[in-house]
Design a protein around this ligand. Structure first.
Ligand code: ASP
Ligand code: MG
Length: 410
């Protein structure tokens, strides 16, 4: 089997962990697999690099940030190859550019354009284990780029797609994907398989286990992903297209996101082009909005507009909206920076009635007020007060009996 194994920061967080992972790779090679390795920077070394830059300037050049941040992974590949050599495994390191990982030239959030797998495949043919630096690539102008924080997952999937690997294993410090964060709900259970779409929603809605872009890429190229722990010998969670069509989960998991703010525009004149004016001006500044609600008001000449966005964008958004609100003749802008989003995700909820009602009842029973709701075929998100988030997740987890389904390892 041709397999890509990606190891995250905690999995290579110390020399002992690097040696442990090298042994794990050795076992896989000895059982006949061809293995390509992708690694993250050790532990929180990327955070340290960020803070170093912060001690020099508040306004670092994005190009130089990428030069700086990409060094973390370069440390890991060298140490990993040394550890492999030490136990008799032939291996060779590749930085992003050496592995021909071409990206867009958008520093700090570049996207992978292509990977020429020739050198990697040559190394494999020579019986070597290629060890690739995650998170980095090279742009057309030859500058070093990085893929955005947490981007090594995306490197791993892109490499797996380029070399047509049978499997891409993402090793982390948790046993797999859970019905919700076990630190919040101790009854949370591991999920054995999850579809690409469910995983993408869970990742986008706040589950931290995989980089959302890596799941999108895996779906596009049909790369089977496995999330598993480098600390325990457990089977992990598989992310793939579901084959069991009639047996889709109504609710697979619950995600929550505390990085949310709510903004409302009051007494917005109700005429064509207004929503475009509001959201167009936010989009121009690269601000993503999420749940959008436009409500009916008793006066048909006006409407109320509310939406959510990331807390870190709130300040910038308010500045823009003050101006836009005057231009369109609305009454004003209000906001709440103490909200959170709780979402249920399940590929089978679309054609089953009563799912939303069950969620709303669970929240009502613990006296939680719903501020906004948004739904799609496979998810329902509720905006609630941030102080209620843990209580909400527990109640909803209970209501869908997620503590009784799923799997528990060790
Ligand atoms: N080292 C980078 C980060 O901490 C990339 C990664 O870990 O995936 O964001
Ligand atoms: Mg990481």
């Amino acid at each position: 089997m041709l397999v890509v194994k990606k190891f995250g920061g905690t999995s290579v967080g110390s020399p002992e962990r690097v040696k442990h992972v090298a042994n794990l790779i050795k076992r896989s090679v000895q059982s006949g697999n061809k293995v390509v390795v992708v690694v993250s920077a050790m532990g929180d070394s990327t955070d340290h690099l960020v803070s170093l830059a912060g001690q020099i300037t508040n306004n670092p050049s994005p190009r130089e940030m990428d030069v700086l941040l990409s060094t973390g992974e370069q440390v890991s590949i060298a140490l990993m190859v040394m550890a492999l050599n030490e136990i008799g495994i032939d291996a060779i390191s590749f930085t992003g550019w050496q592995a021909n990982i071409k990206t867009t030239c958008v520093h700090e959030k570049a996207r992978v354009l292509s990977i020429d797998p020739k050198l990697l495949l040559n190394a494999l043919d020579e019986g070597k284990v290629p060890v690739i630096a995650g998170f980095q690539g090279v742009a057309e102008d030859n500058s070093i780029t990085t893929l955005g924080r947490g981007g090594s997952d995306t490197t791993a999937v892109a490499v797996a797609a380029a070399i047509k690997a049978d499997l891409c294993e993402i090793y982390t410090d948790v046993k797999g994907v859970f019905t919700t964060d076990p630190r919040v709900v101790k009854e949370a259970r591991q999920i054995m398989t999850v579809t690409y779409d469910e995983m993408m929603e869970l990742a986008l809605l706040g589950a931290k286990v995989l980089h959302p872009r890596s799941v999108e890429l895996a779906k596009h190229y049909g790369v089977v992903l496995k999330v598993l722990s480098s600390f325990d010998d457990c089977p992990g969670t598989e992310v793939r297209e579901v084959t069991d069509m009639e047996n889709r989960n109504v609710v697979t998991g619950i995600a929550f996101d505390e990085d949310v703010a709510k903004v409302g525009i009051i007494k917005v004149p109700d005429r064509p082009g207004i929503a475009y004016k509001i959201f167009g001006s936010l989009a121009e500044e690269n601000i993503n909005v999420d749940v959008i609600v436009q409500s009916i008001s008793p006066d048909t000449n006006f409407t109320e507009m509310a939406f959510t966005l990331s807390l870190k964008d709130l300040h910038k958004a308010l500045k823009i909206l003050e101006v836009v609100s005057k231009e369109i003749g609305a009454q004003g802008v209000v906001y709440d920076d103490k909200v959170a989003k709780v979402s249920i995700v399940g590929a089978g909820m679309g054609d089953r009635p009563g799912v939303a009602a069950t969620m709303f009842k669970a929240l009502a029973d613990v006296n939680i007020n719903l501020q906004m709701v948004s739904t799609s075929e496979i998810k329902i998100s509720c905006i609630i007060a941030r102080e209620d988030v843990k209580k909400a997740v527990k109640a909803v987890h209970d209501a869908f009996n997620l503590d009784k389904e799923g799997f528990s390892c060790g």
